[in-house]
Design a protein around this ligand. Structure first.
Ligand code: OOG
Ligand code: MG
Length: 258
């Protein structure tokens, strides 16, 4: 794919996002879209948003749990970029106006104290973290019917839309393989899982992100927020919904959709 093909696809997806109008999957007209080209489309989309005044806040892994892989029908982990404008405050509100078909899901987030570069072990990834938090992610695919293949969703920055972090706490003394997660809407439990549902250990997702980025010559900067991927299925988010995630020793995180 030429640079101008990449720029066209990125502009199409950015317009879909900005106008809240879904588009056909890129792979409908381009069945052989290479994954490497999809990541370049994602990069170009982020470049456009940063040029428009936004800033990179971190990264997200996706499709790292059986629940999500089964729900979306894509069985390979993906990596996307989080922007500053996507962040909402814990116990605050999140505006749905202009979104296409938003969903919300239960996540574990890491905050990096130092840069993570190259292929790293689980313990090296853990050592680079300042802390960990329970988190909620809002995803909103720019594709019709929330349907995509692996290159489509990568090009679409992995459906990134919003995120909320609970209190960030030190990792020492926490068993990150056994954090119970229960997401409720308007006080009613809608999804239950465990941090173990994320690749067996969410820190492995952070290490996998570092490796994926290293493969593209990139590093995860100090200060980045990294979402490890949802432990459970995503559920539709509608105006007025009060969403909360109970996460045992990590403490709760909540947001109200408006
Ligand atoms: C793709 C993004 C997946 C996760 O946590 O698995 C994701 C999607 O489901 O729209 O964020
Ligand atoms: Mg997610």
């Amino acid at each position: 794919m030429t640079a101008s093909d990449i720029a066209d696809r990125a502009a199409l997806l950015e317009r879909a996002r900005a106008e809240g109008r879904p588009v056909e999957q890129l792979t409908k007209s381009e069945p052989g879209l290479p994954l490497e080209a999809a990541y370049r489309i994602q990069d170009e989309g982020i470049r456009l948003r940063v040029a428009g005044g936004d800033a990179v806040a971190g990264y997200k892994m996706g499709l790292t749990s059986e629940a999500k892989m089964a729900q979306m029908g894509v069985r390979e982990p993906i990596a996307g970029v989080l922007l500053r404008s996507m962040r909402a405050q814990n116990a605050g509100t999140f505006a749905l106006q202009g979104l296409i078909h938003p969903r919300i899901e239960a996540e574990i987030a890491f905050v990096l104290g130092r840069e993570l570069r190259g292929r790293v072990t689980r313990d090296e990834a853990a050592a680079a973290c300042d802390g960990v938090a329970a988190a909620l992610e809002i995803v909103d695919s720019r594709f019709q019917n929330f349907k995509f293949t692996l290159p489509d969703v990568v090009a679409d920055n992995c459906s990134s839309c919003g995120f909320v972090l609970g209190a960030v706490r030190p990792m020492a003394g926490l068993d990150l393989k056994a954090i119970p997660l229960e997401m409720s809407i308007d006080g009613k439990a809608v999804q239950r899982g465990s941090s173990a549902d994320i690749l067996g250990d969410p820190v492995l997702s952070l290490a996998a992100l570092a490796s994926m980025m290293a493969g593209r010559g990139l590093a995860i900067a100090a200060g980045s927020v990294v979402l490890a991927g949802a432990a459970t299925q995503a559920v539709p988010l509608t105006p007025g919904a009060q969403v909360s995630l109970a996460a045992g020793p990590l403490g709760p995180v909540s947001v109200r959709a408006i």
